[in-house]
Design a protein around this ligand. Structure first.
Ligand SMILES: [Zn+2]
Length: 414
């Protein structure tokens, strides 16, 4: 029984330390007296844990606040300049790697176009970029890199650190965390890119302070990151949030999942472009046909072109975006009935035309979701999705806030 009891004591110590660290992170600068009040931990525990956090360099004493007589209390704040995070986003055809301080200050950032799709080449390229960043920033003490975060599309098991399936790069059941930890000897975390973005939105973006929210990403595919009570919801196969496969349109186009009329077949970026081109092919007038890229590159049209034309008054593009808003709104009404979130966040280039998109979404929400739910759900554009690596950064930040990096920093052995 002894190891079991020891394990529990270590876990309690880790949880208490994490509680103190989180409170200083969110409420600091804060006095030890106030920490006791907020956390309900014993004063002796708060004194001991804050001393350990200071010794590890995660927390520092800062200038004292004015006091109404008597001795001024010393205030504690997190020290985010001392530590670093490496964040990696592997997207469709591109790789971005950022070396940040824990305060998000960018030390180095690289973006590469990836022309190949085999996993060995992608892994080798990623490792070379990270090695080069470390070589180029030799002033950064590698012992102070808290972790490597990896965000990528596909089916991911973040608990086991495995890419179950990534069709674009043909990963299949690959132990990616073990691979990076062996290469760099730095604790590594992996998760799906949309879930990571939902977490980043909660830490730094639109849903800060919101406990229940759903981020819906509209890009090549459509997926959701679901936050319940301030935590990402994973589901039993670790991949909840496949809203792209909610059934929307009878006799709709065939989806790559094998079904017909899924949300993804009528509201993802490729399907939005397809709908605009179908209307053009029928001879409807649009600014799109006078774009140089359309005339020079075999009628090439992008989502950004469609949004910009809609904002410039192009009726065809406005109609396409309103129709997409109706489709998204139908799926979002289902999401609202299931999860009753306080906020829905839409990510992707399509939000550039939110002036036309959001009213259609709201109309469907009001018509199809429970009235008492829909009237309380706000809909907002993502505030963080222009930063490709912020999701991966958030995976490491979460591990720190939950106390999972304390052992590595030597905290639990003190
Ligand atoms: Zn589908």
């Amino acid at each position: 029984m002894a190891p079991f009891i020891k394990g529990n004591i270590d876990l309690v110590r880790q949880l208490n330390t994490a509680t103190i660290y989180r409170t200083i992170n969110y409420d600091g600068p804060i006095s030890r007296t106030r920490l006791v009040e907020v956390t309900s931990l014993a004063a002796a525990s708060v004194t001991k844990i804050t001393r350990q956090l200071i010794n590890a360099g995660l927390v520092q004493e800062v200038s004292q606040e004015e006091s109404t007589g008597g001795r001024r209390p010393t205030l504690l704040a997190t020290n985010k300049e001392r530590f670093y995070i490496i964040s990696t986003k592997l997207g469709r055809g591109f790789l971005e790697v950022t070396l940040n301080r824990l305060n998000k200050e960018v030390i180095d950032h690289r973006k590469l176009t990836l022309k190949y799709q085999n996993p060995e080449a992608v892994l080798q390229e990623t490792c070379e970029v990270i090695h080069d960043i470390l070589r180029s920033n030799s002033q950064v003490n590698q012992q102070r890199i808290l972790g490597i975060g990896l965000a990528m599309p596909g089916l991911i098991d973040p608990t086991k650190g495995i890419v179950i399936e990534n069709p674009h790069y043909q990963f299949k059941h690959f132990p990616i965390v073990e691979f990076f930890e062996r290469e760099f000897n730095i604790t590594t975390f992996v998760d799906n890119d949309i879930r990571s973005l939902a977490l980043a939105e909660n830490y730094f973006g639109a849903s800060q302070g919101i406990k229940d929210s759903v981020l819906i990403s509209v890009r090549h595919g459509i997926g959701a990151g679901i936050m319940i009570n301030g935590q990402l919801f994973y589901g039993c196969n670790q991949n909840a949030g496949e809203v792209g496969h909610i059934f929307i349109e009878e006799f709709g186009p065939k989806c790559n999942c094998g079904n017909y009329g899924c949300l993804e077949t009528v509201a993802s970026n490729p399907s939005i472009i397809r709908q605009a081109k179908e209307l053009l092919a029928h001879g409807h007038p649009s600014q799109l046909t006078s774009l140089p890229s359309y005339q020079l590159n075999d009628q090439e049209v992008t989502i950004k072109d469609i949004c910009q034309a809609a904002l410039n008054g192009d009726e065809l593009c406005q109609a396409v975006i309103k129709r997409v808003g109706n489709y998204l709104g139908l799926a979002i009404a289902t999401v609202i009935n299931l999860f009753n979130p306080q906020m829905i966040i839409i990510a992707g280039d399509i939000v550039k035309a939110q002036h036309f998109l959001f009213p259609s979404i709201k109309k469907q929400m009001e018509d199809k979701a429970l009235q008492s739910f829909a009237c309380k759900t706000r809909i907002l554009a993502s505030q963080v999705d222009t930063n490709e690596t912020i999701g991966a950064f958030s995976l490491v930040q979460r591990a720190l806030l939950e106390g999972k990096l304390f052992t590595r920093l030597g905290l639990n052995s003190m």
